[in-house]
Design a protein around this ligand. Structure first.
Ligand SMILES: [Zn+2]
Length: 231
């Protein structure tokens, strides 16, 4: 797959998810997943801590990139299913010793992710974003075009970094965390809404000049926007 089509594919995915963030029936369904006690502790985004804690520790499971066979304790081989019915290719993890398999479908439907309750940062951020939107806190997807994605929520009229995969308080309003701790070398960090993308890189870097050098002369944002509107 060339870079252009993989770019177009991720744009298509984020657009589809963002559209589902505007679907009241989907938001109504995901809101029902949140226990009453957690809902009561979440006051207009002033404290998303209980929600983040519930989501990470009680609700979602993490899908590792490499899976061990539960019978043989050996690493399984992973293969992408070219006949995937879903928009993204299903992962099939196979044990070469005993032949057992574990299937990991990559859903682009929020309600399917809510049923399976397993994934990596993309599934976590797609579903968590929907849940926060369902609490009437406007929330969008953010992707760093390296290997991670998270959310931003509008809290007190400001977009705030939220990452449901991390531990609180790092999961809330710690935008420099990735650069400082994971050594991220950003070019573009983009935030997605149903009909727009926004360059939010400056919010996540303390090395803006270096990032600009990395980008080179040509700003790709117009290109990204055009591609996003077309997908
Ligand atoms: Zn096995």
């Amino acid at each position: 797959m060339n870079q252009f089509s993989s770019q177009a594919n991720t744009f298509r995915l984020y657009k589809r998810i963002s559209e589902q963030y505007n679907d009241q029936s989907i938001l109504g369904s995901v809101k029902q997943l949140v226990p009453e006690k957690v809902l009561n502790l979440t006051h207009n985004g002033q404290s998303l801590k209980p929600l983040l804690h519930w989501f990470k520790y009680d609700f979602m499971k993490w899908m590792p990139k490499e899976v061990q066979c539960t019978l043989c304790n050996r690493p399984m081989r992973v293969q992408l299913d070219d006949n995937s019915a879903t928009f993204r290719k299903t992962e099939i993890h196979m044990c070469d010793v005993c032949g057992s398999t574990q299937i990991f479908p990559r859903y682009d439907k929020i309600l399917r992710i809510a049923e399976t309750r397993i994934g990596r940062c993309s599934e976590w951020s797609m579903l968590f974003g929907a849940i926060v939107n369902s609490l009437s806190i406007q929330t969008r997807l953010v992707h760093d075009y390296l290997d991670h994605c998270w959310n931003e929520s509008l809290v007190n009229k400001k977009w705030v970094h939220i990452d449901s995969t991390l531990d609180y308080p790092i999961s809330f309003d710690h935008p420099y965390y990735y650069e400082q701790n994971w050594g991220k070398k950003y070019e573009y960090v983009l935030a997605f809404s149903a009909n727009s993308i926004e360059d939010v890189t400056t919010r996540y870097t303390q090395q803006w000049l270096i990032v600009q050098n990395r980008r080179g002369k040509k700003d790709k944002l117009d290109e990204f926007k055009e591609l996003y509107y077309r997908t």
